[in-house]
Design a protein around this ligand. Structure first.
Ligand code: 0X9
Ligand code: ZN
Length: 311
């Protein structure tokens, strides 16, 4: 489809134009949806892919952090693959799940990274009584908000939690949309970069793990093993957020888990820090390919453990 070749990173206008083409070309099996309106007034868009009734749902959020460009590049590549691949395994994957993608959640921040500051992370909503702008959208969900030092109350910090839970319209919008579909969603993946880890709940405490933590480890191991077995040999680690990474409250996957989506991860993609957030475009396709293979293995393991039954 047109200029999209995943050989460079695309800006928001290009991604939206591409999405329109996809929605038109595959109108039988796709549907656009709206998550909400950003602080600066942009429409936050998503695409649902569904080949038939009664499939388990997989929800993919990407670019909640503005500078993590590999996440939307990977999400769009996955959308294209699910719709156009003729590979039997991928057709099975596409047609036997319902897919919900929000390729760019933090639209204002994403535009800002393209136009002003490549390293911007947060939203762009001003904070009253501060000269600093934006909150960390991945600290702003109403799930153990600001607990245990999992976020900052300083608007000038990278992990500023916002004035209150859901203070950021992008986050409120995602939560509201998720509320309308959560009964049909079995798995949620929040795409981030970088460090090559799969992070399961919880982020707000390292003293407790979810009831199904063992299953969450098994499912993550299936992803990591499948990725490592590819010729790229990319290594992923997995574990609970607070233990493997750091205390972080109010994140998307913890919110999803709290809302009854029992399989919910933060997926931190390539690399391990060589290029970090500024991953060269030559890595888009390798990263996307291994993400696809990882997701296939993850869903197979979910199915085996009984997580893909209709809710
Ligand atoms: O800090 C974050 O928001 C994520 N890492 S990143 O480098 N992409 O910023 C990890 C968030 C994981 N936290 C929870 N799931 N609680
Ligand atoms: Zn991130």
């Amino acid at each position: 489809t047109s200029t999209f070749g995943w050989k460079r990173y695309n800006n928001l206008a290009e991604i939206e134009a591409w999405l329109d083409e996809i929605l038109e070309k595959y109108s039988d099996v796709t549907e656009g949806f709206v998550v909400g309106t950003s602080y600066e007034g942009r429409t936050i868009r998503g695409i649902k892919i569904s080949y038939k009734e009664g499939n388990p749902g997989v929800f993919i959020e990407s670019n909640i952090h503005a500078r993590e460009w590999i996440t939307s590049a990977t999400a769009t590549w996955l959308i294209n693959e699910l719709l156009s691949s003729e590979d039997e395994l991928i057709r099975e994957l596409a047609e036997n799940h319902d897919w919900y993608f929000v390729p760019v959640l933090n639209v204002d921040g994403f535009v800002y990274t393209h136009e002003k500051d490549r390293m911007w992370r947060k939203t762009r909503q001003p904070v009253s009584h501060s000269t600093c702008i934006g909150a960390d959208a991945n600290r702003n969900f109403d799930v153990h908000w600001m607990e245990n030092g999992g976020a900052s109350d300083d608007p000038c910090q990278f992990d500023y939690a916002g004035t209150h839970p859901f203070s950021e319209p992008e986050v409120k919008g995602l939560a509201e949309y998720l509320g309308t579909v959560k009964d049909k969603v079995n798995v949620l993946l929040a795409f981030h970069s970088y460090s090559q880890v799969l992070l399961s709940p919880y982020g707000h405490t390292d003293e407790e793990v979810p009831d199904n933590f063992n299953d969450l480890l098994h499912v993550a191991k299936a992803y990591a093993d499948a990725v490592e077995a590819l010729p790229y040999g990319t290594n992923y680690l997995y574990g609970s957020t607070a233990k493997l990474l750091y205390m972080s409250s109010g994140a998307t996957n913890d919110y999803a888990y709290q809302q009854g989506i029992e399989i919910a991860y933060t997926v931190e993609m390539r690399d391990r820090g060589t290029f970090a957030f500024v991953l060269p475009p030559a890595f888009i396709i390798p990263n996307a390919e291994e993400t696809l293979i990882g997701i296939i293995a993850l869903l197979a393991e979910c199915k085996k453990l009984g997580y893909l039954a209709l809710k």
